[in-house]
Design a protein. Structure first.
Length: 229
């Protein structure tokens, strides 16, 4: 895995240069890519999204957004329509970062709370929520939403595929046979229950989705400045 991670990191750095050139945006996205790679690989290997990465990453996202804002228009509209006043450009970028962090983390936290209410068990850890706070600070509201949408979609598709493969290959057959002899159900039904309990690391898919969003959508911005004139 180590050389593969190094190779992917190098390719992403080259892609970042080709996409953004030598600009402030490049520095921001290189830093973000490093954070995302660490979180993606760590969650894949040990099912952990360390606070040592997410919280400093959140702070870095806020600082970077003062110089390279997400420019999705959310802070502009909020300040103009609610307060009829626009703060300085850098302050506007910080507000966009905070809005993106709040939106990304609260949306994921709400989904986790709803899952626990319906299924009576944990569906994701708070590490995923903190990761989206960090990603939202870099990306803003619009792109944070895209990360959650793409990440959960990728995770769902691959999760269903993995469960299907585990079931077809006979995972948990011996355990299911012993449970069936005790009258807990048919072998196939118990095997399906065992396979369906397998959990994929959501943070890994959120990380992959975040990288897709950086290269596919981060260069698009909403310019609302003409409305000031």
């Amino acid at each position: 895995m180590y050389p593969l991670v190094e190779l992917v990191t190098g390719l992403l750095f080259v892609g970042c240069y080709l996409e953004f050139g030598i600009t402030q945006a490049t520095i921001k996205w290189l830093f973000f890519i490093c954070l995302i790679i660490i979180l993606t690989v760590t969650d894949l290997r040990v099912r952990l999204l360390p606070d040592l990465i997410t919280w400093p990453g959140f702070a870095a996202g806020v600082v970077f957004s003062a110089f390279v804002p997400p420019n999705d228009g959310a802070a502009f509209l909020l300040c103009l329509r609610l307060f009829h006043w626009l703060p300085p450009e850098r302050a506007l970028g910080v507000i966009e970062a905070l809005l993106g962090a709040a939106f990304g983390s609260l949306m994921l936290w709400g989904a986790a709370a709803l899952y626990k209410l319906v299924r009576r068990r944990e569906g994701m850890g708070m590490g995923d929520v903190k990761m989206m706070a960090m990603a939202g600070a870099f990306l803003g509201i619009r792109n944070a939403f895209l990360v959650i949408l793409l990440g959960t979609l990728l995770g769902s598709i691959l999760g269903i595929a993995v469960i299907g493969v585990m079931y077809i290959r006979g995972a948990g057959r011996q355990l299911a046979e012993r449970a069936s002899k005790r009258g807990l159900g048919t072998v196939n039904r118990i095997r399906w229950v065992i396979a369906s309990q397998y959990q994929l690391p959501l943070g890994t898919f959120l990380g992959i989705a975040a990288l897709i969003v950086v290269f596919a959508f981060s260069s698009f911005s909403i310019d609302l400045s003409p409305r000031l004139r």
